[in-house]
Design a protein around this ligand. Structure first.
Ligand SMILES: C[S@@+](CC[C@H](N)C(=O)[O-])C[C@H]1O[C@@H](n2cnc3c(N)ncnc32)[C@H](O)[C@@H]1O
Length: 245
């Protein structure tokens, strides 16, 4: 068995949720092939009482429960792996709606690390002091509230694993994807060439590679401009900078 190049460690109250969707298709094959490894850590194993309590009521009152700092601290300390130099390996991530919103740049940054250790919150979240003590990278999936970090961890790892070397077969399919050049992907078509009276754009049937590439680029630009003014503004600024430099 080869040593996996990339280690993912997930701290959760629900280890049985893993690998879940990560056990299928691309990520699942890469996992089976040892291109990455996945360890789950049951946060409850770090509780200190016979009831295996991991949460308590919030100081100051209010609804819900908060994950205890002593339990989370012990879980992180035991789970975040060390490298050969004795330093902690890769990044510690806490998934939270308060984090920076996950994007392709962040997935790329995590994919070049040797490991990622992910803390999944439950209840109302984690006591602030343990976050201050460990200073994890805080990542959000977006401006909505999930009931726990596990679905976010699966999404994050899916995005990262497909960027690991050799996971996606043809490198072109990564290069052409949305966000790789700051644009959304162009529309895709396959057989049949006519479906329910709808035709595939003629240029795609022309066999003329330069024209196809040009059409796709224009479509990417148009879709990005219409749907994502934020991405479009960044793309235009980057283009202008390139032209100036
Ligand atoms: C019910 S949520 C807690 C929400 C928190 N009380 C708030 O208002 O920000 C429980 C856990 O789900 C995870 N979670 C919820 N929404 C998320 C999101 N958008 N991105 C990443 N993780 C999220 C976090 O780990 C969080 O600690």
């Amino acid at each position: 068995m080869t040593i996996a190049n990339f280690r993912a460690v997930v701290m959760t109250l629900f280890p049985e949720m893993f690998p879940g969707p990560l056990g299928f298709s691309l990520a699942g094959k890469a996992l089976a092939d040892g291109k990455w490894s996945l360890e789950t850590v049951d946060i409850r194993d770090f509780a200190r009482d016979k009831h295996r309590t991991v949460d308590d009521t919030p100081f100051g009152g209010g609804a819900g429960m908060v994950m205890r700092p002593d339990v989370i601290d012990a879980a992180i300390d035991a789970s975040w792996p060390h490298g050969p130099d004795g330093q902690r390996l890769g990044r510690l991530v806490y998934l939270t709606p308060r984090g920076r919103v996950l994007d392709q740049d962040m997935a790329r940054a995590l994919a070049v690390e040797p490991a990622v250790t992910v803390l999944c919150g439950r209840y109302e979240g984690v006591d602030q002091r343990v976050l201050d003590a460990w200073a994890p990278t805080e990542i959000s999936l977006g401006d909505f509230v999930l009931s726990g970090g596990e679905a976010a961890a699966i999404t994050l790892l899916d995005a990262v694993v497909r960027l690991l070397p050799g996971v996606v077969g043809k490198t072109e399919s990564l290069e052409e994807e949305s966000f790789e050049r700051g644009l959304l992907e162009y529309p895709l078509y396959t057989r049949p060439a006519e479906w329910q009276g709808r035709q595939v754009p003629e240029v795609l049937l022309s066999g003329h590679h330069a024209k196809v590439a040009n059409w796709r680029h224009e479509q990417s630009e148009e879709i990005t401009r219409r749907r994502r003014p934020d991405l479009w503004a960044r793309y235009v600024a980057a283009q202008n900078k390139e032209q100036e430099g």
